[in-house]
Design a protein around this ligand. Structure first.
Ligand code: FAD
Length: 462
């Protein structure tokens, strides 16, 4: 048994970042992780492996679609799926080992095994009970289930199974047009699968700016992805090597079915708190199964905190990381802070999609007067040079004060471009502040400046 200032349960981006910051602030820190490697969902079966497969499949797409136009001729590469998976696993390994290194460097102990909290101030791992002044739960999330759909991770898979399929399916049905479904759908569409996305709602990526939703869906359709919208999946029937997806169209209740080699269930994720003993401790849980916390991430039980996917808010790695750092500051007697109004969201398809802050729809609901500055990547020389003219930057600013309220980008490197606007928003900048900032030419970020100019007297290249 050992005694710590802080024990964190879970070594995902919330937990490991929290641990490193706690150690940097002089707290004796340990992390409990039951998985064989550190890094949580994000590094093992989430953000990182999905981006590796997105990168590899995008390279193939470039070779097949754009190389000849640039005078690069010859046979396009064929896919060695085993090698692609090995590349993905290598990327995972480099990243998870990196966290192990950082733990050693910062003197964070890794308590290997599954942890529970027998009482406030104590964490049990295997037969050992450790003492901690503070406990931080960062136990993350797991894929949500859907009635009538039984996952076997072979034919009917979650994102975890989709990252290591035995072979590239000829046909893939994705249930749910959210971020994960569209990213993985893109991967397999580029690798040659016939991909059909079945979505309950009438628009893809719920909650996003409606104009982006429409443009994004149009581009994905052009890339060969099929969509069945307004469809409620009733069940998935698995045969030996195939599946049948039964759904009903919401508009007329008519029943339909789709055959597929593989079905990806991507209807979201739910907090994971199994085995922690929260009910016995009296830790309050929200109606949606999240651990309830106060403004300082403390649960209803004193000394027990929670962060990341296990609590309320967007299920994003960087949101978990920010909370991890903030709670470490709180535990060290400092002032931890997360600005939930400026958390970017990114979809790593091609083109990328990124957003931060308010959507037009939410501003309309609030009755807030706003103006829109929009600029198409067709007017951006750099984007046109690399076949990436599809998409736009849209900045929303307060009509009176010109303060930036939100931004929505679909286009090349959108996931990086969005941060210029995040920083501007953190500093309370106006669209004019962005417009007056010199942007290097030729860069994609000129499109951000042009959209900011469009909030005022007008863009130059529109
Ligand atoms: P997790 O990363 O889920 O980590 C929790 C850890 O706690 C796990 O390792 C688990 O084993 C451990 N644990 C749980 N209970 C116990 C216990 N009792 N004892 C010991 N250990 C325990 N987010 C992005 O921001 N960008 C992306 O591009 C992105 N892509 C994604 C792609 C996919 C396919 C998926 C599935 C997710 C993606 N996400 C992405 C979401 C992101 O992975 C999560 O938001 C993030 O991992 C949450 O971090 P966390 O620290 O809260 O929990």
């Amino acid at each position: 048994m050992a005694s710590y200032d802080v024990i964190i349960i879970g070594a995902g981006p919330g937990g490991y970042v929290c641990a490193i910051r706690c150690a940097q602030l002089g707290l004796k820190t340990a992390v409990v992780e039951g998985r064989a490697t550190l890094g949580g969902t994000c590094l093992n079966v989430g953000c990182i492996p999905s981006k590796a497969l997105l990168h590899a499949s995008h390279m193939l797409h470039e070779a097949e679609h754009n190389f000849a136009a640039m005078g690069l001729k010859g046979k396009s590469p064929s896919v060695d799926w085993k090698q692609m998976l090995a590349y993905k696993d290598d990327v995972i390994g480099q990243n998870t080992k990196g966290i192990e290194f950082l733990f050693k460097k910062n003197k964070v102990d890794w308590l290997k095994g599954w942890g529970s909290i027998p009482e406030a101030g104590k964490v049990k791992v295997g037969d050992d009970v450790h003492e901690a002044k503070h406990i931080v739960i960062a136990s993350g999330s797991v894929p949500a289930s859907l009635p009538g759909v039984e996952v076997d991770e072979k034919i009917v898979v979650t994102s975890t199974g989709a990252l290591e399929l035995g072979k590239i399916p000829k046909s893939l049905v994705v249930i749910g047009a959210g971020v994960i479904g569209l990213e993985m759908g893109s991967v397999y569409a580029r690798l040659g699968a016939e991909v059909t996305v079945v979505e309950y709602l009438d628009a893809i990526t719920p909650g996003m700016d409606a104009e982006v939703q429409k443009t994004f869906q149009r581009i994905l359709k052009k890339q060969g992805i099929n969509f069945v919208m307004g469809a409620a999946v009733q069940s998935v029937e698995t045969l030996k090597t195939k599946a049948k997806v039964h759904y009903k169209l919401r508009k007329d209740d008519s029943a339909h079915q789709l055959d597929a080699d593989t079905v990806l269930l991507a209807t979201g994720r739910k907090p994971y708190t199994d085995g922690l003993g929260l009910a016995d401790l009296g830790v309050e849980i929200t109606k949606r199964g999240q651990i309830a916390t106060d403004d300082h991430w403390q649960t209803s039980v004193k000394g027990i905190y929670a962060i990341g996917d296990a609590i309320e808010g967007p299920m994003l790695a960087h949101k978990a990381e920010d909370e991890g750092m903030a709670v470490a500051e709180v535990l060290a007697g400092k002032h931890g802070h997360v600005n939930y109004g400026v958390i970017p969201g990114v979809i790593y398809t091609h083109p990328e999609v990124a957003n931060v802050g308010a959507t037009e729809e939410s501003l309309k609901d609030q009755g807030r007067a706003y103006k829109v500055g929009k600029f198409s990547f067709m007017g951006n020389g750099r984007a046109k040079a690399v076949f990436a003219g599809d998409g736009f930057v849209k900045i929303l600013a307060d009509k009176e004060t010109d303060r930036i309220l939100g931004a929505h980008i679909i286009g090349p490197a959108a996931g990086d471009l969005i941060h210029e606007i995040c920083v501007a928003m953190e500093f309370g900048a106006s669209a004019q502040d962005l417009a007056l900032t010199c942007h290097a030419h030729p860069t994609y970020s000129e499109a951000v400046r042009e959209a900011a100019l469009a909030c005022g007297d007008g863009a130059i290249h529109a």
